[in-house]
Design a protein around this ligand. Sequence first.
Ligand SMILES: NC(=O)c1ccc[n+]([C@@H]2O[C@H](COP(=O)([O-])OP(=O)(O)OC[C@H]3O[C@@H](n4cnc5c(N)ncnc54)[C@H](OP(=O)(O)O)[C@@H]3O)[C@@H](O)[C@H]2O)c1
Length: 319
Amino acid sequence: MRAAQIIRFGDWRAVAVTTTAVPEPGDGEVLVRVSASSLNTVDVVRRDGRLRMLTGRRLPQGLGIDMVGTVERTGAGVQGFGPGDRVWGIRSDTAGMKNPTGLTADYAVAHAHQIASAPHTLDDVQAAAFAVGGYTALRALRDVARLQPGERVLIRGGTGGVGSAAVQIAAALGGRVAVLASARNEQIARDLGAQEFFDYATASPALVGPTDVILDTVGTDLLRWRRLLTPQGRMVGVAFNSAAGLATIAASIVFGPRRIRTFAGEPPPGSLACVTSFAETHGLRALVHGTFPLEDLQDAHRTFDAQALRGKIVITVAS
Ligand SMILES: NC(=O)c1ccc[n+]([C@@H]2O[C@H](COP(=O)([O-])OP(=O)(O)OC[C@H]3O[C@@H](n4cnc5c(N)ncnc54)[C@H](OP(=O)(O)O)[C@@H]3O)[C@@H](O)[C@H]2O)c1
């Protein structure tokens, strides 16, 4: 089968599509014939070599932490899934990232708790683009920030992969949604459900004003934006692109309940199934910057590196 791999650490030229054996599902695992997978920041950070401390230096390593496809076969002890089921999955555990194959491949193995039925309201490209952002945004806004109807919520980076899902989820939860993003994306943000829009190139925190909930998907200037919180306000930061940002989140513990909350790693079991039903109930959709067939993996990475994306890059796998 074909698999997207990191073959050395570096820029977009460091990835390749190689031929490798179809993996075998072990106990509790499911083999999925992949239809589409998306490109996430973590893939690029790993490719650059910035996560070597965590995932090791041994290459090749597989790429892809999300996928949508159909179940091919199940390992022993798997219940609730069978051949032909349309599923989506997220696999972002460190052990998985060390594997020579990830989820961007013709076939992928995941634990049964890492997959769920894919939303019938999203086609394969949309589902691949939505999985990680949808899970992250729903967890941040509903479970961590506990956004309440009528509260004002600021989505920093509201037209990115996480942010575009967050705007829709915040609106579905009854929030009054303000978005901070590039001016060129104002109409996109409003179409997703933003009631207020601020251009990040010019808007200061003072202009944006008091906010009950802040979801930060950017990872910089966290303390400046945290000052906008109302007395009962909650802030969640999900971007860990810089050591300074991470240190700020850790140090914010001194603010007690008004600290910057965060989470990382594997979605807790059951959370992707919640995203499926939430997406179906509220008719959520993904913002797709573009699609690339697996053979054009390097082009997909080069496009990511060039930035100025509007939503997710999706790698289409099934021929
Ligand atoms: N904790 C978790 O479980 C988890 C899960 C998923 C993702 N993440 C992390 O979350 C972050 C966001 O992921 P993503 O997929 O949404 O990335 P993304 O698609 O690149 O979105 C980031 C967005 O931020 C915007 N932006 C850049 N600088 C900004 C600024 N100063 N103010 C406001 N907006 C700004 C970008 O707009 P322009 O391109 O127009 O500049 C872009 O739309 C990444 O660091 C990722 O690793 C964490």
